[in-house]
Write a protein that binds this ligand. Structure first.
Ligand code: GLU
Length: 328
């Protein structure tokens, strides 16, 4: 009996010893990390998938299993990352800036634990209107039914900024709807709204849907001296245009001017360095493969992916940037 106990203990000891020494392999504990994205017809959702793919392809090396969650958008993602409900999130650069500096939804509540990892594709503040509404310019939205974006989204504040820049009070001068970006194109097609705003990379499923139905739809310019001033006043906004050839069934025949931001990838100071390092490294070391995963990444460069961040760079990402010589 005693003998059996001793050999059982010995076997157990050998087993424990081996598992402890084993390198991170499939037998080691899997670390789960979730990326908060946006609606499924946006670009954040496939972007989360693209990032997850890069690191999941090396599951044997890192033991990380990355999953993607559809969410309400940027503001929701910042809050969930900071609270620890999500490990990572996709967030508009303007929202990252506001969160870290305690502005807008975070008024007087700077989100000190928010950390930047990298930035990704450009996003355009995009306004479309049904041809029947007659709206050809943002100033003509007065009195119209307009989706400005759901609470928790990045675009809601962009719509408000654009409207107030041209003297439109979203609470008084328009009938403002606040539905999710995935639902708004259907409402436009059904004639239940006249126009919708969505800050997103192009091409996106949302605008394919908005422009592809029986209702004729036009991309509307968001430009002029007031918008120039808005861009000058806010460090995170820049001029951009929407390549309408991406949406051949839209009414437009020339590209449409607007302003935009960059999409960024964020995490929390509490997320361990090795996880952030692994994700950063796999995205950057497989940059050419990553770039092919979505047409909105066409203009991506490694250097550009280090611009547009206002939160401190997470030490795990910084470790990789220094190793790769991207940051001195
Ligand atoms: N920019 C949007 C937001 O922050 C999401 C866009 C997308 O899902 O691609 O809510």
């Amino acid at each position: 009996m005693k003998k059996a106990l001793i050999s059982a203990t010995a076997i157990l000891a050998v087993f424990v010893f081996c598992t402890c020494l084993a390198p991170s392999s499939a037998s080691a504990k899997t670390i789960f990390a979730t990326i908060g994205t946006g609606g499924i017809t946006g670009v954040y959702y496939p972007t989360g998938g693209a990032i997850a793919k890069m690191v999941n392809d090396k599951r044997d090396k890192y033991g990380i299993r990355c999953t993607v969650e559809a969410t309400a958008g940027s503001v929701y993602n910042v809050n969930s990352v900071v609270s620890g409900d999500l490990e990572f999130g996709l967030v508009q650069a303007d929202r990252q800036y506001q969160a870290i500096n305690g502005l807008e939804e975070w008024k007087d509540k700077p989100q000190k634990d928010l950390r930047a990892v990298f930035s990704i594709h450009p996003e355009a503040v995009t306004l479309v209107a049904s041809e029947a509404s007659g709206v050809k310019d943002i100033r003509e939205l007065k009195g119209k039914r307009v989706n400005i974006g759901n609470p928790g989204s990045g675009q809601r504040q962009n719509s408000i900024d654009a409207l107030s820049a041209v003297g439109i009070d979203f609470e008084k001068d328009i009938k403002a709807e606040q539905v999710k970006a995935a639902e708004a194109p259907g409402l436009l097609q059904d004639g239940r709204i006249d126009a919708l705003f969505y800050t997103v990379g192009h091409p996106s499923g949302a605008f394919k849907e908005a422009t592809a139905g029986a209702t004729k739809v036009r991309f509307v310019s968001v430009s002029g001296p007031e918008i120039e001033k808005l861009i000058k006043d806010k460090p995170y906004y820049s001029k951009t245009s929407i390549p309408v050839k991406l949406y051949p069934t839209a009414v437009n025949d020339a590209d449409v001017e607007t302003f935009g931001v960059k999409a960024t990838f964020v995490t929390s100071a509490k997320v361990p360095e090795d996880i952030v390092y692994a994700i950063t490294k796999e995205v950057f070391e497989n940059f050419d493969e990553f770039k092919k995963l979505h047409p909105a990444y066409e203009s991506l460069t490694k250097e550009g992916m280090l611009e547009g961040m206002s939160a401190e760079i997470h030490p795990g990402a910084m470790k990789y940037y220094k190793e790769a010589g991207l940051i001195k």
